[in-house]
Structures are given as C-alpha cells and as structure tokens.
Design a protein around this ligand. Sequence first.
Ligand code: FAD
Length: 361
Amino acid sequence: MSGIVIVGGGPAGSAAAIALARAGRRPLLIEREAVVTEKVCGEFLAEDAARLLAALGRDIEVLGAVPIRRGLLGAGRAQAEMPLPFAAWGLPRARLDAALLDAAADAGAVVHRGVAVAAADHDGTGWSLRLAAGGVLAAPQLVLATGKHELRGWRRTARGGALGVKLPLAGAMPEAAIALLACPGGYAGLQPRPGGGANLCAALDPAAPGAAAAARSAEAFLSHVTGGSALAERLLGSLRPVLARPLVVAGVPYGFLHRGLEGDGTEPFRIGDQAAVIPSFCGDGVAMALGSGLAAAAALASGVPAPAHHAARAAGLAGGMRLAGLLAWLAARAPRLVLGSVAMAPGMAGWAARRTRLGLV
Ligand SMILES: Cc1cc2nc3c(=O)[nH]c(=O)nc-3n(C[C@H](O)[C@H](O)[C@H](O)COP(=O)(O)OP(=O)(O)OC[C@H]3O[C@@H](n4cnc5c(N)ncnc54)[C@H](O)[C@@H]3O)c2cc1C
C-alpha cells in the first residue's frame, strides 16, 4: 500500500480512493458500515454530479437514476414551478455509495468495510489511527472523509447545526419533479425514487415548533411537512411511509467551510462534508464531495500539503457558499417571497440554482 489511509467510504472517500488508485498510489479506504445502508440525504443529483460520476467510471443512467425535469415550490396555499436549468436525477444513496465503493475496489484501492476509526493522532512524523474494535493503524498520510460524523481530535470548527430528517415512501409520486416544501423551521424536498416510491428529506431548525417530534415519528414528520401546504397535500396524498421512524442526523453545520490551518502542516486532508457543507436549499453536496475527493487526490499526488490545499479550495468555494447562504437564509425567513420571485422570474431562479452548484474539481 501507498501509506495513504482514507477514513470514510461515502462519495468523497470513494472518489479520492479511485483517483489515488488510478494514479498507482493504492490507498487503504476504511468504512465503518459493513453493508451500505440508507443515509440521510435528499438524493437529488444534477449534471455536475453525473459528470463526476462518469469520470469515476459509473454512469448515472446505468445506475438506474430517475430523471427529474421540473422544480415545484410550495409554501402554505401558494405554489410555483420552474423548469430545471440543468439535467437532474434522483438516485438512492445506498445504491450510489455501494457503486462507488465497488468502483474503488475495482480501481485497485484496498477497501476495509465494517471497521470504525475511533481517533487519529499525529506524532510529528505520521498518523496513528485508533480503531474502535481495538488496535492501532499507522498511516503516513490521512484523508478525513467521515462526512456528517466527527472524528475525535479533529472535530469541525462549526457552530449550531440543523436537523436532517429522511423518510422513504412507498406508492406513486404523481410528478417527475423535485418539490421543495416550506414547513415550520425549514423545508423538505420530495422526489421520486427508481422503481416507484419517493424520498422525503427535510432540513429543520431543531428549536422550531414540532421539529423534535417530526424527527421521532413518520406520522409526525408527514404532518409537519404537510400542515397547511396545498402542494404537499397533493403530492404526499398517495404516498405512505415505509419506516415507523424517520432517519435523523443532528448538528448539520450548513455553511461550514474549512479554510486550512496556519502552521506546521499536521492536519489531515479534509474532503466532502469535512471540508465544506453547502447551505441547504442549494447545491449538490454529493457533487461537491466527489469533486473534493478528486482534488485532494491530485494534491496528494503532486505533494501539496493539506493546509495549502484547503486554503486554495476554500478560496475557490467562498463566493458560491456566500450566495448559497444568502438564498438559504431568504428561503427560511421569507419562503413566499422566494416562491413569488420564482413564479415571476424563473430565469433568475435558474441563474441562482446554477451559481450555487459547486461540484467543480
Ligand atoms: C438533510 C440533508 C439532505 C441532503 N440532500 C442532498 C441532496 O439532495 N443532494 C446532494 O447532492 N446532497 C445532499 N445532501 C448532502 C450530502 O448528503 C453530503 O454532502 C454528502 O453525503 C457528503 O459526502 P461525504 O462522503 O463527505 O460524507 P458521507 O456521505 O456522510 O459519508 C461519510 C462516510 O464515512 C463513514 N464514517 C463516518 N465516521 C467513520 C469512522 N469513524 N470510521 C470509519 N468510517 C466512518 C460513514 O459511515 C459514511 O459512509 C444532503 C444532506 C442533508 C443533511
């Protein structure tokens, strides 16, 4: 092996592993789940994610993604719709993550599943990874790709955090569209899944009335999203939950951007959500994760130290992240204003949607 260890086998970790393996570096990728399962995610992928997946050897259509053509917006009794200014799809995360982990192994990475890393320490020359099941692994170079989860000693410097809530639904979604549904404390995205059914996923302020209850029960979540929204009532009417409790992740630090340490260069390479978390309502986190994995692999191959790599990435992302933060702030506080603007000027909404897609390598 090359001595590069990637911790986390989501889109970011797998993308880095594929690129490093192709460059002849034979990395070790460690993923704590033995089998890929559902993850909290809206599952909306646009053309930049499709392009990056193709570069990594996986075709989004061959993976069975459902094309999505239109965006629908609902806030209370008001509704608007817009054509999407780019190609887009819905693809379940379990299918995407499994395909990418297989692609990493096919490319020549060593993939260890069902192994959790508990902590990482640097002794001035290299990394020691403490494994949750006991034992220590030495790693000259470390890539941190643990996504929404923090590794002891290397927490992200982010404050606050939203509640991510996801509920797969069975039945027939009446439209090949993504619906963004304003609800107390945030919004939910609803879109079809391959083979029928739909995915309902929300980003909520945990302090908002009803948010905590919505995270505990499928029925409460559905009524939180539906309450008073004509569009939600119409779209969710023919769908039913397949789980009694939604999947939940807490403390999502929307807007987090790792800018790189000043100093001695002993930080790990951060990729995916460990490097940047695009504000909700905008962008493709998956495309950003894939792009960041490829970029980190290129930096490692050319000997760029982690802090310099992080500073350069942050400089490239900062403008789009600021605009995304502004749009997310507006959408949370004035959903009807956003909806009215989309109805009056769909071209402008398309421009904003494009400007906040930051999947580029
Ligand atoms: C509510 C919500 C909705 C979203 N909707 C969308 C959407 O519609 N489209 C989109 O593109 N993005 C969406 N995102 C963002 C997207 O989910 C993330 O940006 C993306 O998953 C980041 O990929 P990643 O590889 O960095 O992390 P993850 O996908 O979180 O993967 C991290 C991996 O690391 C593993 N891991 C964690 N800790 C350890 C450890 N200690 N040891 C070993 N392995 C470990 C985990 O098991 C996991 O497999 C959404 C996010 C949220 C919260």
